[in-house]
Structure formats: C-alpha cells, structure tokens
Write a protein that binds this ligand. Sequence first.
Ligand code: AMP
Ligand code: ZN
Ligand code: ZN
Length: 412
Amino acid sequence: MIYLLFFAITLLFSGCITPELQDRKTSRAAGNVTVVLSLDGFRHDYPEKVSTPHLDSIATVGVRAALEPVFPSKTFPNHYSMATGLYPEHHGLVSNSFYDERKKEYFSLSDRSTVNDPDYYGGEPIWQTAQKQGVRTANFFWVGSDVAINGRYPDIWKPYDGRVPFSVRLDSVISWLAKPAQERPGLVMWYYHQPDSWGHKFGPESDAIVDKIAVLDSLVGQFNRKVRALPNRDSINVIILSDHGMGQLSADKRMFLTDYLSEEMVLRYSGSSPFYMIEPKQGMLDSVFAALDTVEHLSVWKKGEVPETLHYGDHDRIMSLVAVADSAWSLEWDHGRSMMQGTHGYVPSNKDMHAIFYAYGPAFRKNIRGKPFSNLHMYPLLVFLLGIESAPVDAFLDKNVLWMLSREGPSK
Ligand code: AMP
Ligand code: ZN
Ligand code: ZN
C-alpha cells in the first residue's frame, strides 16, 4: 500500500518534468556515463577549513551544494538511501547495526555474513534499475553492491575489502571508463572509507585532519586529470559526494546509558554513539522511557512517536525506543570504551552532519553553488542522468537539484 502511495507521488512529480526537461533527459541518455564517488564522512565545510584546490576547481567548472543525510546519519543507511531513493524505514538498513526479530539475528556492518545477506536489503538499488533498462553498471564498494540483492549483482563489482589501495580503485574506475563504447558501463559507483575513520580518530576540528583532507583532495585531482585524458571525457558526468559529516566530541560531553538503565530493564539494544535503539523487557517500556526522558542533551522517542521529519517510523527493525544525543554530545552504552574524537549519527538538521556534493560534466551547469538538498534525491538525479524510468521511491527530482542541471544538451 505504502509503495503504491509512493509510486503515485513519484508519478505526480515526474509529471512536473517539462517537455524541455524530457528532451534533455532523452538526449542525455545516449552514450553518456555517470560516475559517482563517495568519500565517507567528508563534512560539507572541510573545504572551507582546508586547502582543497581540486574540489574547488570542480565548483568552478561544475556545481557544489551541501547534502543532507537521512536519519540516522550513519554509513549504511545513507549509502543505501542514496542508492534506492528510500528512507531507511522503507529500505530496511535502519542503522549500521540492528536486530532482526524474524531472523533472530543482529545485523552489523562488521559481520560479513549479515552484510552479505540479501534479506537485509529492501528496495531496488539504482544499479539494478539501470541494468533492467539496458545500462551496464560497474561498482567498487558502494554499500549493497557486493550483495545479491533481488538475486542480482552489478555487471562489474568487487567484494568489499577496505585494504584495497585508493589508487587501485581509482585506476580500475578509469579503466572502466576507457572501455570500448559497447562494453563501457553507463553508471559507475565507487567508494573510499575516508575521511570517516580519520574524523573519528582525530576529530573534525583537529589539526591532524588537515593533511588527511589534502590527501583525498589530491586523489580527486588525479582522478580529474585521468578523466580529462579520456577520449570520451565530454560525455562523462562526475559526482563526488559523501554520506554524512562528522561532529567534534569532547571529554566533558559524554553520556552513558547504563548510568540510567539497569540490566533488569533492557531486553536488547543496538547502536553506537550518538544513536541507540533500545528494546525494554516486557512491561518496562514506560520505566525505560521515563528514565531517559529527563536526561539533558538526550532525545528519546517511543516507536511511532519519532518526529515525522526524521521518517523513522514503521519498520520491524526499529526497536521500541530510539535515542539520540544533542549535537557535540557522545552517547555510549557503558563506561567500557575510550571515547572517539569525532562521530556522526545525529539528526539531519545538525549542520555538522551535512555532507558534500560536487558535480561536473555535460549535465551540469558551471560555477553554480546550489542550495542544500537531501541525499534521498540522489536516486532520482541518477535516474534522470541515465535517462531511465524510476522504480517506486520516496523521492522526486528536487527543484534545488534541477536548478543545477545544464540547459544545453551534452557537448559531444
Ligand atoms: P561508520 O563510520 O561506522 O558509519 O561506518 C564506516 C565504515 O563502514 C567504513 O570504515 C567501512 O569499514 C564500512 N563499510 C563501508 N562500506 C562497506 C561495505 N560495502 N561493506 C562492508 N563495510 C563497509
Ligand atoms: Zn559514513
Ligand atoms: Zn563513521
């Protein structure tokens, strides 16, 4: 029912595409390639703090905007929302870790047997929508790309291994773009797990992060140079984005859930700072809620009462209570671990959680700074760039995204 409703909404909004846009869409489909790189945890304002000449140059020859994550601002839900156009409550990756009641199993991004289980992945990722409509797809590590979702992989894909050097990933992507036209993928997606881990370790406000951001910027420079050297460079749209930002933590802003809850109250829990889900033992829901509701710098909601703007309502994997700390506060289960210097998972309106979006190529205007938009709109944008039909989704082609698209046809 809910999917029918979203399908109707999608149709309604696609009805808003003018004939001029439709023409642009159709002409764009022919022979163009779209490449999307995700730099995990790249905060929207790192380029203001650190010299990033290569990203800056994209902003000149193309577009730049801040990208808002979906809730919770964690890696798996966000990458998969960008891939499917669905909120986590609809695609099912409701966090990086959660409990599945039907399977009687905890999903965790660090447990390969669960990460590779297609049962966890709902909806239709963009690479499948594309494949079904005759577009070849290649993927180096996007969340879900090494899983047989709906029984199918991208045409080219790799089993996730964070040890594969960044330069190897970059050269593989270039080699795919350089393939002869008949074999060349129309959609390429790839992923670097940085600067996320550096942000956790050193903190986004630290001096140490500066060098790390510079390393990534120079990789972006290498990639741009190699793209520019390709004979088909004028038909390549490049998007560089991130899944969420990073918030600075400090030792005087820590909360521990076990300071308020005892073992007798909790059946199970799941999460990591600053976001937790809690399943109270039978009859304990109100006492657990009451114990947390008065804690300063913490928001706690009963399932079904999470603010609508967070779109975190009706999936089985969402536990009876959802808790998230205020900006700059760390929320940990117990006192057992040392604190990270940075984290993410806060509500999307927290500016520290905002991510980057840079793009250039025939589909994009030049030297444009767009307004912030939700990463849920990535799927409709990719559908548009590929000139294909959308699966039923929660999102439409946002006007702030449309505004960044070029008015001329592809320069070929
Ligand atoms: P987090 O900062 O906890 O939200 O998650 C970031 C981590 O997710 C990265 O450091 C990677 O180790 C992990 N990760 C990202 N993509 C994948 C993937 N496709 N498969 C397995 N792990 C992944
Ligand atoms: Zn991430
Ligand atoms: Zn992270």
